[in-house]
Ligand binder design. Structure first.
Ligand code: ACO
Length: 393
């Protein structure tokens, strides 16, 4: 840490703004978001360029190992990670039980299953293991998340799990584990671009959560469970199915303006718009709009119309707030057109983001300092005397 970002000693607290907005809380070499420029990168490489030109495995390798792999290393990494797509027997046995909890919420089920997997494969506190072991755990769990997710989804549908096809890359395998069918190439590539675009995104809430948990020396599984919990909130990862729901509720172009106007006027937020960091176009939404228009047919064209109308409404009712389309707006259209069920949208986001979370966990563990900020106490002045006669009962 540089001096500028070091926490002060006791006695000189810095009062951070609500939501820690604008506060630098760590150093990272994984990636960064430049909100004013509408740019984000992974280890210095433009992330949208990576999504356009690379496979999931190439970018996964870049994020977790620090370098873009050459073709030989990519082949090796692809084989290495494909081999890891086998669930431990105990986990496979219990997935149907987890999936039987009603109402079925796949992200909650994933959270439970990741916790179970961490125990079954014996993940030890990061404080007690060397960096190489943590890296292997990170890759193994990242490879298992799609298998867990699709196993849960299929179990809930009363279907047997599909054995993973080791010949397929991560994105194609993701779709094959869902349906059991060889995936359509265009769909697999569209989903791959989405997955690459969502692998990491600076010091977002779930990554921060993973780092806080890692900073205590806890195991990788605990950090991932916390991160999944943070991602589940609609202000973070829970928006893509809600954005698609908005499209359904609007139904036709002629209703868009009134519907959106009424929502914002009544104080509601339009899902898929606004971002804490981006104060211009979110580069992820720009690429996903393109991908959606390639694969999403009429729904994508309707979404584009609704997007333009929403931006007009926000400009009219929230002037000067610099609200733009975020990643979640077109994410739903892209996943829907690839056949991913709506309830699996946020879990799909969790699957790709596991790459970023695990890289952040490894980075935190390698330069660890317990994350332990202060809170300004604003309750009744202490010490308060107990009410007279107040006693144990
Ligand atoms: N619709 C309508 N108004 C909005 C929206 C929106 N989507 N987003 C922000 N605003 C308004 C706020 O009401 C506020 O207005 P005010 O000044 O009149 O009170 C103003 O813009 C500033 O909003 P903040 O709450 O300060 O913005 P913040 O940075 O905290 O919020 C957030 C960012 C949470 C993403 C917000 O824009 C939002 O709720 N968006 C909708 C949910 C969503 O799309 N989530 C996915 C985010 S992307 C991701 O995490 C992967």
């Amino acid at each position: 840490m540089t001096n500028a970002t070091q926490l002060p000693g006791a006695g000189q607290p810095i009062v951070a703004p609500p939501g820690l907005e604008g506060v630098v809380a760590a150093e990272t070499s994984i990636g960064d978001v430049r909100g004013e420029e509408g740019f984000f990168h992974y280890r210095g490489y433009n992330a949208t360029e990576l999504a356009r030109l690379c496979s999931f495995e190439q970018v996964w390798h870049l994020i977790i190992e620090g370098e873009l792999p050459d073709p030989d290393r990519t082949r090796e990494f692809r084989q290495e990670t494909a081999r890891l797509r086998t669930l431990p027997e105990q986990v496979a046995k219990l997935l149907p039980e987890i999936a039987s909890v009603e109402p079925f919420a796949p992200l909650e089920a994933l959270r439970t299953a990741v916790s179970l997997t961490a125990s079954v494969i014996g993940l030890k506190p990061v404080l007690d293991i060397p960096a190489e072991e943590l890296r292997s755990q990170a890759i193994r769990v990242s490879a298992l998340v799609p298998v867990i997710l699709m196993g849960l989804y299929r179990a809930h549908q009363g279907l047997e799990p599909v054995p993973a096809d080791p010949e397929l890359g991560y994105a194609a395998s993701y779709l094959q584990l869902l349906t059991g069918e060889p995936p359509n190439e265009a769909h697999a590539r569209a989903v791959e671009k989405y997955l690459i675009l969502t692998m990491d995104h600076g010091f977002n809430a779930s990554t921060f959560t993973a780092r806080v948990i890692t900073s205590t020396g806890a195991d990788l599984g605990s950090a991932l469970v916390g991160a999944i919990g943070a991602l589940s909130g609609p202000l973070h990862g829970g928006a893509p199915s809600r954005a698609l729901q908005t499209l359904d509720e609007i139904g036709e172009r002629s209703r868009a303006y009134d519907y959106l106007h009424q929502k914002v006027e009544s104080g509601e937020r339009l899902m898929g718009f606004g971002h804490r960091i981006y104060k211009t176009d979110d580069p992820r939404s720009v690429l996903l709009r393109e991908v959606a228009l390639e694969t999403g047919g009429e729904q994508a064209r309707f979404a584009e119309y609704v997007e333009q109308t929403a931006l007009e409404v926000l400009h009219e009712l929230k002037p000067g707030r610099r609200l733009y389309t975020n990643v979640e707006f077109y994410a739903g259209v892209v996943m829907n057109s690839a056949g991913i069920p709506r309830e699996m949208f946020t879990p799909t986001f969790a699957s790709s983001r596991t790459v970023g979370w695990t890289a952040a966990i490894c980075e935190q563990a390698s330069h660890n300092r317990l994350i332990r900020p202060l809170a300004a106490y604003v309750g009744p002045p202490p010490p308060r005397p107990l009410p007279e006669g107040y006693a144990y009962c």
